[in-house]
Write a protein that binds this ligand. Structure first.
Ligand code: ADP
Length: 570
């Protein structure tokens, strides 16, 4: 119970919106329930000795309660819905703000399907609690208990019979729900795994089919779905039995009421009116209590969903200063930089020291897994190093606002990200205010113009989700056009090698040469031919710089660079 209240409190705290509408709505829902039961008590009081003259007052009173019930029901529902949505709007905004400020590296590690599931399904679960369940639960708990207090005044013995099993019912529900919770957690976990797998399966279907692995993946998916089935059964068993036992205890109180009434009637101690009141009111007080079990299990869903979202909210965001700092120039400097990925025993990069002057070309080469991409990603703040500092124009990148950093750097990475929009909009991402003529100019420079003109609607052609309708080489060139349009002084480049044919490679190379002109270029080079003219070549191995210099001296040195050159060029 404590956890449930804590979960609710956390959501309200995170949403950071005072939502008087919601509280007003919840209050009205309670009043509505009270108005539905109050007429029985009013009638009871009148029957105790009311006169024909006071019948008019009774009628007016009953009509008043009916009207109040209608009004409370309408405004209670309206306000709890609107208030709940208001609150969840604030909660969603905080969540999205947080996700937007997560380091890009952390986002890459998350399974996109799981993240999507959390941000949609979990938030929806919490929303339903505030818009529907909370009002019902509050009314179901408070109104019966309140009227039971009045019943004590009418006949304490009958009330005791009605109340006596309730504590036991709540204790049972609470205890058994521990098992239910564990089963629900297992079910949710396997559900999230399946969602993640499913997204990966669909996104990678082309590759899986080409490698004839689609069947094997189907097998993995089927296995995951069987897990869900198994865990769902556990939830039904524990959830079902907890709820049945609870309901049994609540129902037993009706039997006890009957027994006590029988004993009292036999002893001549039960006035007819009192029995009438209890007989009419008891089911109305117990029915909502029966529903409490279902509401509580929904609330537990909230606690779990909030727990999962809290894990997301606890992920540290990229720290940025409030004010932009003054950056002097565009030289890049790595000072004793070391990086270790979370939960990895080995350092991915160790004690890197180098600098690149404005307009220079720095190439990073080395065997696979040496740390080349990690180095580039550090400059883009996908991650922050655990040791050392990275300076741009004499300022630590951690002291720069992200828009300053990303304003100074363009990125052309292997995994080009395109959006389900027109070609024009995708290139304009580099500079939203660019005119069509400017976009066409950079596309010409990047060698995209010809293939764009061949598309059915030219620059207005939608390119599908992540540019599915384009080839690998075309996607690369679009991302180069985007970087050209952005016109930032520093260019970070992860050379594309995969998925493009030699002609496309040649065209990409030409586009890149245009893009690199006059800019500081830091590139990860997989093909050593492209780095022959670099001002500095860093040779990385196991996270360390093992050689540095220009092409010819490095070759003459006969070290790792020479070895890699031999392997590639022969
Ligand atoms: P390269 O680009 O030279 O192939 P990377 O920079 O991709 O090398 O990887 C360097 C090392 O860091 C590798 O051992 C790799 O497994 C590890 N690594 C890279 N990215 C991550 C990550 N996001 N989480 C954990 N380890 C990673």
């Amino acid at each position: 119970m404590h956890r449930l209240i804590e979960g609710l409190r956390q959501v309200v705290g995170i949403a950071d919106t005072r939502s008087p509408r919601l509280w007003c709505g919840l209050g009205l829902r309670v009043l509505e329930r009270a108005c539905a039961i109050a007429p029985f008590f009013l009638g009871f009081v009148w029957l105790q000795g009311g006169t024909t003259a006071s019948l008019l007052w009774l009628t007016l009173g009953l009509l008043g309660l009916l009207a109040a019930q209608l009004v409370c029901s309408h405004f209670g529902q309206l306000n709890s819905f609107l208030g709940g949505y208001e609150l969840m709007h604030g909660y969603r905004q905080q969540l999205l703000d947080h996700v937007a400020r997560l380091p890009l590296g952390a986002l890459r590690q998350e399974r996109i399907g799981q993240l999507g599931e959390r941000l949609t399904e979990d938030v929806k679960r919490i929303e339903t609690i505030f818009t529907h369940v909370l009002g019902e639960l509050l009314a179901a708990l408070t109104v019966p208990l309140l009227f039971m207090l009045v019943l004590v005044w009418v006949d304490w013995r009958l009330t005791l019979a009605l109340l006596v099993t309730l504590p036991l019912a709540f204790v049972l529900l609470n205890r058994l729900s521990g098992f239910f919770l564990a089963a629900a957690r297992r079910k949710q976990h396997s559900f999230m795994q399946a969602a993640g797998l499913l997204v990966e399966f669909i996104a990678g279907l082309r590759t899986l089919r080409l490698f004839n692995r689609a069947g094997a993946w189907r097998g993995r998916l089927d296995q995951q779905f069987s897990e869900i089935e198994r865990h769902s059964l556990g939830v039904e068993v524990w959830g079902g039995s907890a709820i049945q036992l609870y309901r049994l205890c609540v129902d037993i109180s009706l039997v006890l009421l009957l027994l006590t009434a029988g004993l009292l009637a036999n002893a001549g101690q039960l006035p007819v009116l009192t029995w009438m009141l209890f007989a009419l009111v008891a089911p109305r007080l117990l029915d909502p209590l029966l529903d409490v079990a279902a509401y509580l299990s929904e609330l537990r869903g909230l606690a779990q969903a909030q727990g999962r979202l809290q894990l997301l909210l606890d992920m540290p965001t990229v720290e940025e200063p409030l004010q932009p700092v003054t950056v002097q120039g565009h030289d890049v400097r790595f000072c004793d930089v070391s990086l270790r990925y979370p939960e990895q025993p080995e350092w991915a990069l160790r004690g890197l020291n180098f600098s690149v002057e404005p307009g220079q070309m720095l190439a990073i080469v080395g065997p696979s897994g040496a740390g080349k991409s990690s180095l580039l990603h550090l400059l883009a703040r996908f991650h922050d190093p655990q040791q050392g500092r990275i300076e741009l124009g004499g300022v630590d990148v951690r002291d720069m606002r992200l828009e300053q950093l990303y304003g100074a750097c363009s990125f052309v990475f292997q995994d080009v990200q395109l959006f389900d929009a027109s070609v024009l909009d995708n290139v304009r991402l580099g500079k939203p205010e660019a005119s069509l003529a400017q976009v066409m100019y950079v596309c010409g420079q990047a060698g995209c113009d010809a293939f764009i003109q061949r598309l059915p609607q030219g620059y207005d052609t939608p390119i599908g989700e992540n540019g599915q309708r384009l080839s690998g080489g075309e996607r690369q060139r679009l991302s180069i056009a985007r970087a050209l349009l952005k016109d930032a002084p520093i260019l970070l480049l992860d050379e594309a090698t995969a998925s493009v044919d030699p002609l496309a490679q040649y065209e990409i190379q030409r586009a890149l040469s245009r893009l690199a002109k006059g800019r500081t270029l830091i590139m990860v080079a997989h093909r050593l031919r492209t780095v022959r003219h670099a001002d500095v070549i860093l040779v990385l191995d196991q996270g360390r710089i093992v050689e540095r210099g220009r092409h010819a001296p490095l070759l003459a040195q006969g070290g790792l660079y020479a070895e890699l050159w031999q392997q590639q060029v022969g």
